[in-house]
Design a protein around this ligand. Sequence first.
Ligand code: HEM
Ligand SMILES: *[C@@H]1O[C@H](CO)[C@@H](O)[C@H](O)[C@H]1NC(C)=O
Ligand SMILES: *[C@@H]1O[C@H](CO)[C@@H](O)[C@H](O)[C@H]1NC(C)=O
Length: 332
Amino acid sequence: MKLCVFFAFLLIAQLVESIDPQVQPLKAIKQAPKVLLPASDYLSFTYYLNSCPGVEGIIQEKVKAWFRKDYTLAASIIRLQFRDCAVRGCDGSILLNHPGSERRAKSSRTLRGFEVIDDIKAEVERRCRRTVSCADILIAAARDATVLVGGPFWEVTFGRKDGRISIAKEVDIVPQGHENVTTLIEFFRAKGLNELDLVILSGSHTIGRTSCYSILHRLAKPDPTLDIKYWKNLRKKCRRGWNLVELDITTPKAFDTAYYSNLQKKWGLLSTDEALYSNEITAAFVNATLSQPSLFENQFAASMVKLGNVQVLTRKNEGEIRLNCNSVNKIY
Ligand code: HEM
Ligand SMILES: *[C@@H]1O[C@H](CO)[C@@H](O)[C@H](O)[C@H]1NC(C)=O
Ligand SMILES: *[C@@H]1O[C@H](CO)[C@@H](O)[C@H](O)[C@H]1NC(C)=O
């Protein structure tokens, strides 16, 4: 009896389906089933092989030239990749420079390196017009910057389109340096990145600097998670909010694991750095970078690839190839 009712239900369900096109459009039945791959599966190593074969060389030469003039730009460009991918995915939205854009948000004030991307874009446009996205240029430039500071090399994939939307308010979700470790883990998880990616990518704070604004909350009174001698030293260095302090007190210019041994000594500069040593899972990864010499290098490359795949625009009708990285194309 129960079975009968079930079959009757099936029959009715099918009848309804065949009558009501809203439930099952006929078109969809005729077409071969479409397999929707993850957006990052449409990226490839050979994307510009025919359309702009020299692009990686152009980017590399430009990053090198800027680095020779000012080595501190390398860190800033690596940070730009994070800040692009962290909001709306790796779509070049951080590069858009109009009122109310991500780049104009308060917490974007310390971002640098935009002139490097603009310079690369101008040269790439001269060689292959309207072909290479700003999003891809930033990804390749961050890889080249990493190599220049002595970090690992990895192959980058191409095929990201540039987004047309950039909203300052959306930058609020990006951790700024005072969050607890749970918030950091959750933010990364929302991007498809795990605790290991969090620990390893934070390792880019082995180079670069922070403005004192980002650590003022640790300086007002002694902070039990900050070495007291270091604390006194920082109070001197941070008399002015806009002063800069090196993120890795031990080897500020070297892409090495000193960042992680600093955390064990309570020498992590941002409280979000030190917080990685307060959670069992992330602290175990911090320890692992110190006991397994090649872990940081190898995993950094792997995690940067993962970061570069976040929410990319690769499908038909998604995004555009911007002519100028600072503004969306005009529609005629
Ligand atoms: C875990 C969350 C993160 C937080 C809270 C954070 C926070 C910060 C802060 C506050 C600064 C200094 C800003 C200032 O000048 O005031 C900074 C700098 C920097 N960040 Fe992060 N960051 C995070 C993750 C990352 C990731 C994933 C990367 C790269 C993949 C990265 C790369 C850098 C670099 C290279 C600098 C130095 C920039 C320069 O010298 O111009 N950060 N970060
Ligand atoms: C971490 O910070 C978030 C947001 O401020 C807060 O809701 C949460 O309770 C905090 N978690 C811990 C473990 O302190
Ligand atoms: C990390 O290493 C330190 C020093 O060797 C040790 O005291 C600590 O318990 C370790 N932490 C974890 C989570 O493995």
